[in-house]
Design a protein around this ligand. Structure first.
Ligand code: PLP
Length: 355
């Protein structure tokens, strides 16, 4: 596709927040990317415009039936001022897999990559460069046809917005406590669990809220059929070190295929650490804890990269992992991944894309 991206720059740049104020997803840069779809015409009118509200018809399908998908990725500023993205093509491929599942027309990955680079360059001054900070990138599609019939929309917007984000860990990498969910389920194979779509998150909010009230930061989901196999954590995939192996739930159709998950598997194999993708039940995990072979657990995702798990609560029993401290594997993988992303550690896999 040789669509040319039109650029309209803002005449009123916003004041940039102090790095200490950033947090996650609270501030947005001066520009955004937008493109429209109409049946018959396909995707058209790619443009970079000043960040702004968009008019929407109250009947737009996205408000009623949730036909929408999103991605989450990051750009990093290196200490010497270069701007790097981490495996962006993996995210664009996954975006199209999510599109297919939600009956949304595919996007041209080459065009989106070009849009990403141009948009990030225009708002480059917004990228913080302190250790742990980055520019969070949120591409997404919404269905906008203003009719209430349940059918795939004939009109869509694709947009990319950018948000400078602070360090996930204020004082170095820190373990979280996780509540193993036994009442609610997130997804089943054949559903949309392996697509990055808003409904999965809407379905998880109630469990998340109840876990927060009990003092846990996220829930660990079990499978929706047997209610016993481990799936993933909130917005992260999950890994366990049991004996001399690292185990992560196999992609079974209801788990999200995380880019960080795939990267961690490859890094561990590169270091000759044995990794196994398999079904693992909560009973097996608790048994490993009882006999003392469950040494470490951690979540993986773009936001935190690695999130060590210090405690799991399973039906009231508290399992303390590695004494509630960050384990050696989580720590080593975190340093390696964040180093590669920030351009301070050599990238042996060709994962880095220069903006
Ligand atoms: C985005 C997401 C992840 C993590 O994926 P990454 O590509 O590593 O950021 C894991 N689980 C769910 C449900 C997600 O939405």
């Amino acid at each position: 596709m040789s669509l040319k991206i039109k650029v309209e720059r803002t005449s009123a740049p916003k004041q940039k927040p102090a790095t200490s104020q950033l947090g996650f997803g609270k501030y947005f840069t001066d520009h955004m990317f937008m493109m429209d779809y109409d049946t018959g015409e396909g995707w058209h009118h790619p443009r970079i415009i000043p960040y702004q509200s968009i008019p929407m018809d109250p009947a737009a399908k996205v408000f009623h039936y949730g036909q929408t998908v999103f991605e989450g990725m990051k750009a990093y500023k290196t200490p010497d001022g270069r701007v790097l993205m981490f495996r962006p093509y993996k995210n664009l491929q996954r975006l199209n897999r999510s599109n297919t599942r939600l009956s949304i027309p595919s996007l041209d990955e080459g065009l989106i990559m070009e849009a990403l680079k141009q948009l990030i360059k225009i708002d480059e001054d917004w990228i913080p460069n302190e250790l742990g900070t980055s520019l969070y990138i949120r591409p997404f599609v919404i269905s906008t046809q203003p009719t209430l019939g349940v059918s795939p929309s004939e009109k869509y917007h694709f947009m990319i917005i950018l948000s400078p984000v602070g360090s996930y860990y204020e004082e170095g990498i820190n373990p979280v406590s996780i509540y193993v969910e036994s009442e609610y389920v997130r997804a089943v194979a054949g559903g949309v669990g392996n697509a990055k779509t808003g409904g999965n998150y809407a379905a998880g909010l109630k469990a998340q809220q109840e876990a927060t009230e009990k003092g846990y930061s996220q829930v660990l989901w079990l499978d929706g059929v047997h209610r016993k196999y481990i799936e993933e954590v909130g917005s992260m995939n999950v890994f366990f070190k049991i004996g001399n192996k690292v185990i992560t739930p196999a992609l079974n159709g209801s788990i999200l295929d995380g880019v960080t998950r795939d990267s961690v598997i490859r890094v561990l194999k590169h270091w000759n650490i044995e990794v196994e993708e398999k079904m693992i039940s909560i009973d097996e995990l608790v048994e490993a804890y009882r006999v003392g072979t469950l040494e470490e657990a951690f979540g993986t995702g773009t936001a935190a990269v690695i999130s060590p798990i210090g405690e799991l609560n399973w039906q009231g029993d508290k399992l303390t992992l590695n004494g509630g401290r960050t384990g050696p594997i989580a720590s080593k993988v975190y340093d390696f991944m964040t180093g590669v992303q920030r351009g301070t550690v050599e990238d042996p896999f060709g994962w880095i894309e220069k903006v």
